[in-house]
Design a protein. Structure first.
Length: 602
């Protein structure tokens, strides 16, 4: 072997691939369980050279948990440098036009930004080459932890406390804390806003506080980008803050230029607007010249998108289907409301009933209402949300301005939810419905086929995957995240005993159906393919723990494709989130599979 004179080696990591065209959902911590370098053990000289990651990101993922786990795996692999790939400029972050598949900005993705701060500290402080085990054991590493269930990254040391989401974790040493940064609430800070905040101790009993504006997500930021499409809205408003970690009476002073917010402290609570502030105990007399600030930070620095008055916007995702005879809740995030605005839902069903229901304010931007059981009869429910104020009425979806009951108003957009009779089959996947969000593993796009074709049912599609003849066995697979699709009938899940796949395929090869839980444990069953359409029934009780494919396929391609959870619990359908279907074609044979639907039945 020729000895190379290079001083080091560079790598990259996109554990979820790139450009999915939509937000990827599910537990992706197994994708970043380890950064495996295949030749690390076979080339001795590799160990003595510098190792860097010149670019990394978790593309198409909005969850604030990936970066610290990636930092842990980088250090375990021995890396000394890692550079996150893309940061959205403030001026375009509202539309995410910098890179469609990436999205990171302190103002517009505050939780992800805090998670990157945590990841930086993890990379700086974790020892190289230390192994923290496999998922889920490695969700705790040093002073850090990540949680898919809580959507939380966290750092907790004597001097630093950083949660990326609301947490109940008790700070390690409140008396020694110097820096706090986070989103949401904790045992130290109760905060109703949705933006990030930072506390830096500058003197005894004195903290510099910086509060970013609120953020409301309007649309999927990973769809096709356009400067004409607002995906995230910045909201400037006052929010209540309660400080539980400060002792004694304190006062809050404004610092940033132009901040005219007058703050009245009641006990340890106050209302605060975006800006920078000095929070100090009333007995403190330290002069500002003695303050110790973090490097590069001035006392009154504040940078954030300016306040722009925008018309109200409603963000709502209707349930695909719900159970008849049971009330269900509709929830919406609403940005741009005034305190006097009235929000209602006009609800109609296909039995000819209608009702107007008031949406109650739950948090700064969350509103909800209960659709009563007497309206939830088998068929369809249609509804629209209306905002009424002194300027008139705005109806959603669509944000239509004007009286929706005017004689010449022809627009009548609404959301629709299907109401299933009790005990009806429950679809996990239908090819036509899931077409835009199904993830396919196709390692050979030149010779394999991925297409949507007609099934034998009226007006129905099937997902077709096929491979041509080759000298070796070949696999192809796809998966679909169905957790949100079935949420409206979650209470019925324990009543189903079978999973049915409507399928047609080349006779001979066996397919594999897997259900993956939120804890990243897969339970699988084989099924036999024939040349005709059939509905293959699999008893849920016969599903066995197995490995599954990490989809979208991690990049670089030498990283692991399969994962098998170290832990095992009894399968519970209520824990399942992802459906994965795969098959392997034998050597020297062409083979294919078509799937129209996968559903549960009693």
């Amino acid at each position: 072997m020729v000895q190379s004179a290079v001083a080091g080696h560079s790598f990259q990591w996109y554990p979820k691939g790139l450009v999915a065209g939509h937000e990827l959902k599910g537990n992706f911590l197994p994708h970043v369980d380890a950064y495996t370098i295949p030749f690390g053990d076979t080339i001795p000289a590799f160990h003595s050279r510098a190792k860097m990651v010149y670019e990394f990101d978790a593309g198409d993922v909005l969850q604030p948990i990936m970066y610290p786990a990636m930092a842990r795996s980088f250090r375990k692999a021995g890396f000394q440098w890692a550079t996150q790939f893309a940061y959205d400029p403030m001026v375009t972050a509202h539309a995410n036009t910098e890179y469609q598949t990436h999205y990171l900005n302190l103002a517009y993705t505050p939780a992800k930004a805090i998670s990157l701060l945590i990841a930086a500290r993890a990379f700086q402080t974790l020892p190289r080459l230390k192994n923290y085990g496999a998922y889920p054991a490695d969700t705790l590493f040093g002073a850090f932890r990540v949680s898919y269930a809580q959507q939380l990254s966290e750092m907790n040391t004597d001097e630093e406390f950083y949660p990326s989401n609301s947490t109940l974790t008790t700070p390690k040493n409140t008396a020694l804390l110097q820096h706090i940064a986070g989103v949401g609430s904790s045992p130290l800070v109760q905060y109703e806003g949705t933006g990030a905040y930072f506390f830096d101790k500058v003197a005894a009993g004195t903290w510099r506080l910086e509060v970013m504006p609120d953020v409301v997500y309007l649309r999927d930021p990973f769809e096709k980008a356009s400067p004409k499409k607002e995906v995230t809205r910045i909201q400037w408003q006052e929010n209540k803050m309660l400080l539980l970690g400060l002792s004694g009476p304190f006062e809050v002073e404004t610092l940033d230029a132009g901040n005219k917010h007058s703050i009245q402290v009641e006990g340890t609570a106050f209302s605060i607007a975006p800006g920078t502030y000095l929070v100090k105990e009333v007995s403190v007399t330290a002069a500002p010249s003695s303050y110790k600030l973090p490097a590069g930070l001035r006392l009154n620095d504040f940078y954030a998108p300016g306040f722009v008055k925008q018309p109200p916007f409603v963000v709502h995702q209707p349930a695909v289907e719900v159970s008849a005879g049971m009330d269900f809740r509709i929830s919406a995030k609403i940005a741009g409301l005034s305190t006097s605005d009235k929000v209602t839902a006009e609800v109609r069903n296909t039995a000819g009933q209608w009702k107007t229901i008031t949406l109650q304010k739950l948090t700064a931007y969350d509103y909800g209402a209960l659709i009563p059981a007497d309206m939830v009869v088998p068929g369809m429910i249609n509804y629209r949300i209306m905002i009424k104020n002194s300027h008139g009425i705005a109806s959603f979806p669509g944000g239509l301005q004007g009286d929706p009951y005017a004689w010449d108003e022809h627009r009548n957009e609404s959301w629709t939810t299907f109401v299933s009779p009790a005990g009806a089959n429950l679809a996990l996947f239908t090819a036509g419905e899931a077409k835009s969000t199904t993830t396919v593993f196709n390692p050979d796009w030149k010779n394999n086929v991925v297409a949507y074709t007609a099934s034998n049912a009226p007006l129905s599609l099937a997902l077709k995957t096929a491979v041509g003849t080759a000298s070796t066995a070949r696999s192809i697979a796809w998966q679909y995240y169905f957790k949100e699709r079935i949420s409206g009938r979650k209470s019925e899940l324990i009543n189903f005993s079978k999973i049915v796949i409507k399928v047609r395929g080349t006779a001979g090869p066996k397919g594999k159906l897997s259900l993956v839980t939120g804890n990243a444990i897969a339970y699988s069953s084989p099924f036999v393919l024939t040349g005709v359409w059939q509905e293959v029934e699999i008893a849920i009780g016969t599903l066995k723990k197995s490995d599954y494919l990490l989809l979208p396929r991690p990049y670089p391609g030498f990283l692991p494709l399969q994962f098998s959870a170290a832990s095992e619990t009894a399968f519970n359908m209520t824990d399942a989130e992802v459906l994965q279907v795969s098959f392997t074609a034998p050597a020297l044979e062409a083979a294919g599979i078509e799937v129209e639907s996968v559903y549960l039945k009693k």
